[in-house]
Design a binder for this molecule. Structure first.
Ligand SMILES: NC(=O)c1ccc[n+]([C@@H]2O[C@H](COP(=O)([O-])OP(=O)(O)OC[C@H]3O[C@@H](n4cnc5c(N)ncnc54)[C@H](OP(=O)(O)O)[C@@H]3O)[C@@H](O)[C@H]2O)c1
Ligand SMILES: *[C@@H]1O[C@H](CO)[C@@H](O)[C@H](O)[C@H]1NC(C)=O
Length: 313
């Protein structure tokens, strides 16, 4: 598996597998096992996905079978918004590790710059059904993240859904620089400016919802990139599927896509993108499809001081 170097010199496989909504019993474990058999070595989960246990079980099953060693796998999980106070970060990280049944995480991310009211409820709501935001400075959260590295709980730390201003502010206070920023990125939201900004700071971009999250988040959008006529035309030209064109594009665009699939055939399809290259001209044509359409909105956090999507990038 091809990889890029993170700013701490660790290898980051250029294609991973997402696990959001893989919550049917056995689904995430099977997905991980199938993916490892296909050749994937990079997995993305989060405490809030409620499948860390299964993701860990899938990895451990393949380690016991002798197919991979722990060090061959790159596992990302994320700190949820109800654990942003500095003192809560290490606790949450240890809970994730215990869910996973692993000794370390490869990359631990702050899931979002917004913090919610602490407690057992991942989406705490008041009596009017309104999401309960509880401001915590993400710089404070970051100190807890750094503590996780010092304790050996995770090899690398990073952020998700952070904008350029937040990254700038974080970098001024950080002892350990964030290795990656995981953001929504696909042909309809190609994030060219944030990618360039992060590149300059030595921060790798992980592209989430790379296919536009067709079945889950974007259920009601008709604007799915998989249906785009230009991408369909390119798929014909390269004798590839639209999904393969998109994923190949995202890698050439300088990001690390993490498409989710619970279907072994589609997992294989998404993996078969290393035997062709999109020409510069066609890459430019895909760049031109950008519409700044955001699918993952973190609805209910718009009023938060840390809401990341209120500025251009
Ligand atoms: N940090 C964050 O805030 C954040 C937010 C959203 C997502 N993420 C991460 O990013 C990962 C990917 O994003 P996502 O799951 O939202 O969306 P996505 O990967 O863009 O799309 C996943 C959907 O596409 C379908 N699919 C997969 N491969 C396909 C193919 N070759 N052709 C047609 N359909 C295909 C899957 O269905 P099947 O399973 O049936 O194949 C699934 O429903 C997540 O799983 C999660 O790990 C992070
Ligand atoms: C197109 O791709 C399919 C599937 O990978 C392959 O079987 C077929 O031979 C390819 N056709 C051409 C013309 O390359």
């Amino acid at each position: 598996m091809y990889s890029v170097k993170l700013n701490n010199n660790r290898d980051f496989p250029v294609l991973g597998v997402g696990t959001l909504f893989a919550t049917k019993e056995g689904e995430a474990e099977q997905l991980v096992k199938d993916a490892i058999d296909i050749g994937y070595r990079h997995f993305d989960t989060a405490m809030v996905y409620r499948n860390e246990k299964e993701v860990g079980a899938g990895i451990k099953a393949k380690i016991s079978e002798g197919v991979v060693k722990r060090e061959d796998i790159f596992l990302t999980t994320k700190l949820w918004c109800t654990y942003h106070r500095r003192e809560k970060v290490v606790e949450a990280c240890k809970t994730s590790l215990s869910n996973l049944g692993l000794e370390y995480i490869d990359l631990y991310l702050i899931h979002s710059p917004s913090a919610f009211k602490e407690g057992d409820d991942f989406w705490p709501k008041d009596s009017d059904g309104k999401l309960m935001i509880e401001y915590v400075d993400y710089v404070e959260t970051w100190k807890g993240m750094e503590e996780c590295v010092k304790l050996g709980l995770t090899k690398s730390i990073g952020i998700s859904n952070f904008n350029s201003q937040q990254i700038d502010r974080l970098l001024k206070a950080a002892t350990i620089k964030p290795a990656a920023n995981q953001i929504e990125c696909h042909p309809y939201l190609n994030q060219a400016k944030l990618i360039a900004f992060c590149k300059e700071k030595g921060i790798i971009i992980t592209a989430y919802s790379p296919l536009g999250s067709p079945n889950a988040i974007a259920k009601e959008t008709t604007q799915a990139p998989l249906q785009d006529p230009k991408l369909q035309e390119l798929a014909k030209k390269y004798n590839k599927t639209v999904a393969q064109i998109i994923l190949r594009y995202l890698i050439q665009h300088g990001t690390v896509p993490i498409p989710k699939s619970s279907n072994k055939k589609r997992l294989q399809e998404n993996f078969d993108i290393f035997d062709f290259e999109i020409s510069k001209e066609d890459k430019n044509a895909i760049d031109a499809l950008n519409k700044n359409i955001r699918i993952c909105l973190f609805t209910g956090t718009e009023e938060d001081k840390n809401y990341p999507f209120g500025i251009e990038y």
